[in-house]
Write a protein that binds this ligand. Structure first.
Ligand code: NAD
Ligand code: IPM
Ligand code: MN
Length: 357
């Protein structure tokens, strides 16, 4: 198969982990006889430094012309502590999602058995957890009108959802539930928010079209609690942009670390595959970031954008084997991990390539 992949590393550890993700794609291509070509483009702080724009036109054009995008992360400490900065790395990411129509962000929370001990949650609560989040990605409070009034003393962000936006993400989640354990949990705050009441109304209205799927509605505060109390009760979860952002960082602890969580952003145009984590200033440049979220994002890319299921499964099996062999990056290591089994970003890549054959 011939495909063109755009690698967009972005900032901080985004650079470090996508380098490993790309190597894995290259190895898969040679192993299975595919012809993947690659290009790179700037986004975020790196793009602001080079062009003044967090999402240069050239990057957007390259994304639209590619078959898939392997994305890293954006962000720089300079902006995090400067609320007055008008141009920010995150604007590049949000504009990319909007311009490419990436309304569905799939965030699988899959616990590798070997990592049962890496979580702060008790193993007997965790074992067998397997959740697929559908986070709506181009609406909500992220994209509504925002601004200041009263001489800057009052700030506002408008949360908005249309029936159409809720229905298209809900249908994707229902369809996915059908292929899994047939349970869908829709998470909202319908006891308070009008956007959530529309959300619940839409989900209730289309639910009869999926009689084989058992639907449950939860308020977001209770869902946040239930995720930790009993993660196995969840199969597919569908929720709004902001709730999905927060709940999936929380749910990363079910999988052991932020460094394990991949995601797929799909919709109207080129799919973008990215870890759920950010640029991680605290470990940037140290070479210790866990690259497995990027590697597992590469697997999602092959599966979802190219339909290469066997290739994707080969990557997941190699990750599984790496963990079975006792290797750990620092974020998933514990007191029992021998020093010679602790990997950095680069050695994790090398060990993984060995297991890809
Ligand atoms: P973060 O996800 O970057 O880091 C949170 C914590 O998790 C840190 O302690 C970090 O060291 C750890 N961590 C994250 N990924 C890891 C990995 N692969 N291996 C090991 N440890 C890992 O979140 P933050 O610190 O709140 O944000 C830092 C910057 O990233 C901010 O500028 C933020 O805006 C940006 N951000 C970007 C994205 C994105 O591009 N999709 C996502 C989240 C945050
Ligand atoms: C994510 C990030 C982004 C989000 C930020 C950096 C804009 O946290 O991809 O999860 O909130 O969507
Ligand atoms: Mn986030």
């Amino acid at each position: 198969m011939k495909k063109h992949i755009l690698v967009v590393p972005g900032d901080g550890i985004g650079q470090e982990v996508t380098a490993v993700g790309k190597k894995v794609l290259e190895r898969i291509a040679s192993k299975f006889g595919h012809e993947f070509t690659y290009d790179e483009a700037l986004i975020g702080h790196a793009a602001i430094e080079a062009t003044g724009n967090p999402l240069p036109e050239e990057t957007l054009a390259k994304m639209k012309a590619s078959d898939a995008v392997l994305f890293g992360a954006v962000g720089h400490p300079k902006y995090d502590n400067d609320p007055s900065a008008k141009v920010r790395p995150e604007q590049g990411l949000l504009k990319m999602r909007k311009e490419l129509g990436l309304y569905a962000n799939l965030r699988p929370i899959k616990l590798f058995d070997e990592l049962l001990g890496a979580s702060s949650i008790k193993p007997e609560i965790l074992k067998g957890s397997d959740i697929l989040f559908f986070r709506e990605l181009t609406g909500d409070i992220y994209f509504g009108e925002k601004g200041r009034k009263n001489d800057g003393d009052t700030a506002y962000d408008l949360a908005e959802y249309s029936r159409f936006e809720v229905e298209r993400i809900a249908r994707k989640a229902f369809e996915a539930a059908r292929t899994r354990r047939k349970k869908l949990c829709s998470v909202d705050k319908a006891n308070v928010l009008e956007t959530s009441r529309l959300w619940r109304e839409v989900v209730q209205k289309i639910a009869p079209e999926y009689p084989d799927v058992e639907v449950e509605h939860q308020f977001v505060d209770a869902a946040a609690m239930m995720l930790i109390k009993d993660p196995r009760r969840f199969d597919v979860v569908v929720t709004a942009n902001l709730f999905g952002d927060i709940l999936t960082d929380e749910a990363s602890q079910i999988a052991g670390s932020m460094g394990m969580l991949a995601s797929a952003s799909v919709g109207d145009s080129t799919g973008v595959y990215e870890p759920i984590h950010g640029s991680a200033h605290d470990i940037t440049g140290k070479g210790v970031a866990n690259p497995l979220a990027s590697v597992l994002s590469a697997a999602l890319l092959l599966d979802i954008s190219f339909g290469l299921k066997e290739e994707a499964d080969t990557i997941i099996a190699a990750v599984d084997q790496l963990l079975k062999d006792g290797f750990r990056t620092r974020d998933i290591a514990d007191a029992t991990t021998p020093a010679d089994k602790i990997l950095n970003t680069e050695t994790a890549g090398q060990e993984l390539l060995k297991r890809l054959g």
